[in-house]
Write a protein that binds this ligand. Structure first.
Ligand code: ATP
Ligand code: MG
Length: 316
């Protein structure tokens, strides 16, 4: 296939002027790859151009992008440079293969009070520990969409970890996002903050809450998923390019289609399910005990760990 010369940005595509490019970007199509991977009908709908013209633009985008191949040995070398944050509970670290890994998205879903936010707090402290104590000596970007960030709780966990609470709090950059636009833009604009402050952990607590409340009703579902998709891809690319951990929490619903077994299903559909590298399901047990199930991992088997949420943080 002849490679289209000179197509470097969306505006270079045939039939895409400044107005169409704005519309595409607003809908989450920000790169040539995203257009190359899109259905022409979707591009036609977003831009208002004809299906024929949209096909031409998508074809040109396809030809402009190159795929890079690496050998398995290259991938293996890169994987050896990955780091992980320890969770505070050895049993949970073990089923995760050492801790919560950099370079990908780890999702925890579960009902209210199951401990999703608490684990986010613990990781926000532990990431600051030296490497030989299970940390990454890095800072945190905490995107709080539910208003449940608690500095006093961080303080308590930091003291228990033997760290200076003031320093720990200074290393956590908190954004209170009350709209999906704020949530999305925080991730979009995070590169500079990440580089300047050696951020090694991004927490999104929770991923879906504002999306769910803004996009009520089935009519807007496709639009919501498209925006969510772009957001998750940005998070994944931040994890990749900056070798950091993305930890997202997710709400659940009861899925009436599941007749036997546990009907608890994370929200967000396939887009979230496929994007998360590692998925954990957390549920309450007796008193401070929580059962954490590894439901999806690229390299570890399904398994469960029992942890405790204590005043000092997450423990075995
Ligand atoms: P939601 O879906 O409502 O956001 P969540 O999964 O994020 O829920 P968390 O806020 O992480 O839930 O967990 C809350 C629970 O953590 C409390 O019910 C309590 O059991 C425990 N917890 C919180 N703070 C402390 C503390 N200081 N000491 C001991 N346990 C605590
Ligand atoms: Mg929470």
């Amino acid at each position: 296939m002849a490679k289209e010369k000179g197509i470097k940005v969306i505006e270079d595509l045939p039939g895409i002027g400044p107005t169409s490019s704005e519309k595409l970007k607003a809908a989450g199509y920000e790169t040539l790859d995203s257009i190359a991977a899109a259905a022409p009908a979707a591009i036609a709908e977003v831009t208002g151009m004809s299906l024929e013209a949209a096909k031409k633009a998508v074809d040109a985008a396809k030809q402009s992008t190159t795929l890079e191949f690496s050998t398995a040995s290259d991938v293996y070398e890169r994987r050896k440079s990955l780091g992980a944050i320890k969770t505070g509970a050895a049993s949970l670290d073990e089923i995760l293969g050492g801790g919560v890994e950099t370079g990908g998205i780890t999702e925890v879903y579960g009902k209210f009070a199951s401990g999703k936010t608490q684990l986010g707090f613990q990781l926000s402290v532990n990431v600051q520990l030296p490497h030989d104590q299970g940390g990454l000596e890095g800072a945190v970007l905490f995107i709080d969409t539910e208003g449940t960030f608690r500095p006093d709780r961080i303080e308590g966990i930091a003291k228990s970890a033997g760290l200076d609470p003031k320093k720990v709090l200074d290393n956590i950059f908190v954004v209170r996002a009350t709209t999906s636009d704020q949530q999305v833009l925080t991730a979009e604009r995070a590169d500079k903050l990440i580089k300047e402050n050696n951020i090694k952990l991004i927490v999104v607590d929770s991923l879906m809450s504002v999306f769910r409340s803004e996009y009520m009703g089935r009519g807007a579902l496709a639009e919501r998923q498209q925006k969510l998709n772009a957001h998750i891809h940005k998070l994944q690319s931040l994890a990749d390019t900056h070798h950091l951990v993305v930890y997202i929490t997710n709400q659940v619903m009861d899925n009436p289609a599941i007749l036997f077994g546990d009907p608890t299903t994370p929200v967000g559909g396939n887009i979230v399910a496929h994007a998360a590298t590692t998925r954990l399901y957390m549920r309450k047990s007796k008193e401070e005990k929580r059962i954490v199930r590894l439901v999806d991992s690229p390299n570890m088997p399904e398994a469960e760990a029992v942890i405790k949420i204590t005043p000092m943080g997450i423990k075995d």
